[in-house]
Design a protein around this ligand. Structure first.
Ligand code: CP3
Length: 356
């Protein structure tokens, strides 16, 4: 239905957008494709416009966010734009001292490890991400009929950065807090859930057409730990945004063993990395949801013949998933575009996916 809920007055009606139809279980006019990290260092026009501007600084400049978000849409003719921002933007906006270090990722000045640290965390007010909302407003005017995906980091992945103080291979301090002090853990995840909801509501209020929750590092957890310490919080994000009536996507890396539980969190679309074929993923997620994925981003370095063969394989596996009860397929990579990727490869993947 094109009915727009009263609290989200600026939503555009995009009844024919293939991405939205695939996500909602309606037959799209062609198979939609977009790429995680499609805006970024693989594009010379991105490197040029970002020269001398810090990553976080650029995320709070609406004109720059709008331009960077548009770059891959113009170049590749993808079926969606994804807002140029970062999962730590709402944390920064709330006043947490952190930076994004090139080649490393988010680094937090004072890691959060005790009940007192959690109690001292600031709350995010919607006005603090007003620059992001303004960028969304600009984009809804620029994009024409291309939908805009908004996003947030999931509570667990945000917690990992806050507790570890930066990127982590083993997430040992995060898992230690979770198991040794579950009360503080759930308090922390509750706070991060509130921030994710506020950040996504700000984007929805300004007109994003779909949302993706990135639980990038959830694959580090056992299924039992995921269910006990993470799922209830991610579930609350999706539940509190259900009234927005936009497609909701849920993605993580290395989540083969978690796909069923991630589906239960309530999204309409489950993102899958390259480690598991989409028809197998469909059995784990169960019927009634769409799937997104899952070309291995590293294979974009293997030459066009390999890429073509792999795109066709992913599409064939997706078709088997559809036959088994999945409601749609959104073509994507299994994780983000790697910085040294030849952008022409991505353009050719879009053309090929559209021709299938
Ligand atoms: O095109 C898009 O996908 C939208 C932009 C986007 C960025 N970050 C821009 C960015 C999105 C969706 C994110 C989300 C994000 N940020 C995630 C979840 C997605 C995923 O990859 O799993 C995570 C884990 C982060 C944290 C983060 N921020 C990392 C790991 C890095 C990379 C560090 C590096 O330099 O290798 C960042 C920085 C970042 N975010 C860059 C971009 C384009 C690179 C910094 C730059 O260009 O200067």
């Amino acid at each position: 239905s094109s009915a727009v809920p009263a609290q989200y007055p600026s939503r555009r009606a995009l009844p024919d957008a293939p991405l939205l139809n695939a996500a909602r279980g309606t037959r799209p006019s062609h198979r939609p494709v977009w790429f995680m990290r499609q805006a970024g260092r693989s594009l010379p026009e991105y490197r040029e416009i970002r020269a001398g501007v810090g990553m976080l600084e650029s995320c709070f400049d609406p004109d720059l966010v709008c331009e960077i978000t548009m770059q891959p849409v113009r170049r590749h003719k993808v079926d969606a734009a994804i807002l140029f921002s970062d999962i730590v933007v709402p944390l920064k906006a709330a006043g947490i001292d952190l930076d994004i270090v090139a080649g490393t990722g988010p680094v937090v000045a004072d890691p959060v490890r005790t009940a007192a640290d959690v109690a001292a965390l600031p709350h995010l007010e919607a006005e603090e991400v007003g620059a992001v909302a303004r960028a969304v407003t600009l984009l809804t005017r620029e994009l024409g009929s291309t939908p805009l995906i908004g996003f947030a980091g999931a509570p667990f992945t945000l917690a990992s950065y806050l507790v570890e103080g930066g990127p982590s291979r083993n997430h040992e301090r995060t898992k230690a807090l979770m198991h040794a002090d579950p009360k503080t853990w759930h308090e922390l995840l509750g706070r991060l859930t509130d921030m994710a909801i506020t950040f996504l509501r700000a984007q929805l209020g300004a007109g994003v057409d779909a949302i993706q929750l990135f639980d990038s590092w959830a694959g580090a957890l056992s299924l039992a730990d995921y269910r006990e310490y993470v799922l209830p919080h991610s579930e609350r994000v999706f539940a509190e945004l259900a009234a927005a009536d936009v497609p909701r996507i849920h993605f993580g890396v290395g989540t083969g063993e978690l796909l069923g539980a991630m589906g239960e969190a309530g999204a309409d679309v489950v993102g899958v990395d390259w480690r598991i074929p989409l028809d197998v993923a469909a059995q784990r997620v169960g019927p009634g949801k769409a799937l997104q994925g899952n070309l291995d981003p590293a294979l974009l370095f293997a030459g066009w013949d390999v890429v073509e063969r792999e795109v066709r394989r992913v599409a064939a596996e997706a078709d088997r998933a559809l036959a088994a009860g999945s409601t749609g397929h959104i073509f994507n990579l299994g994780h983000g575009v790697l910085p040294d990727t030849d952008p022409d490869m991505l353009t050719r993947v879009v053309e090929l996916v559209h021709s299938l």
